[in-house]
Write a protein that binds this ligand. Sequence first.
Ligand code: SF4
Ligand code: SF4
Length: 137
Amino acid sequence: MEKKGWDGFEIGAMLRTFDGAVSDIATTLPENRPYSQSSSFTASVADWRIEKPLFNKDYCIDCQFCWIYCPDMSIISRDKKMIGIDFDHCKGCGICVQVCPTNPKSLLMFAEQKDEESALSEWPQKEKKADTEVKED
Ligand code: SF4
Ligand code: SF4
């Protein structure tokens, strides 16, 4: 099928997500699904980002919050373990970083050009709780 831009379709055209009949989509990994050329899965939005999330597995507790809340299904999870980010589809919104509950966070936003090794070397340390003041009567 010829690949068209959004303005190459007739008004009211029906765009199919998959090529041909599909079954067991829920159990088929996204990269193995027969997405059609008119599905947004076949387009990369990597050049939309100015910041990207990077992942530090040392602190991750596999809670899956990032996977649940990512609006672009760009968190890659296998067998309930967070394993990384799909940078072809991540738009850099930062929601995954906001919802990550660990201390320090297991996901942080960095400039798009940042390399992973230097990001990991700058990762913040665990924040200690402020001492609670004991009031005397
Ligand atoms: S930055 Fe946004 S789009 Fe990218 S993985 Fe996180 S929640 Fe998903
Ligand atoms: S939200 Fe944070 S701790 Fe939870 S799976 Fe994602 S990266 Fe790991």
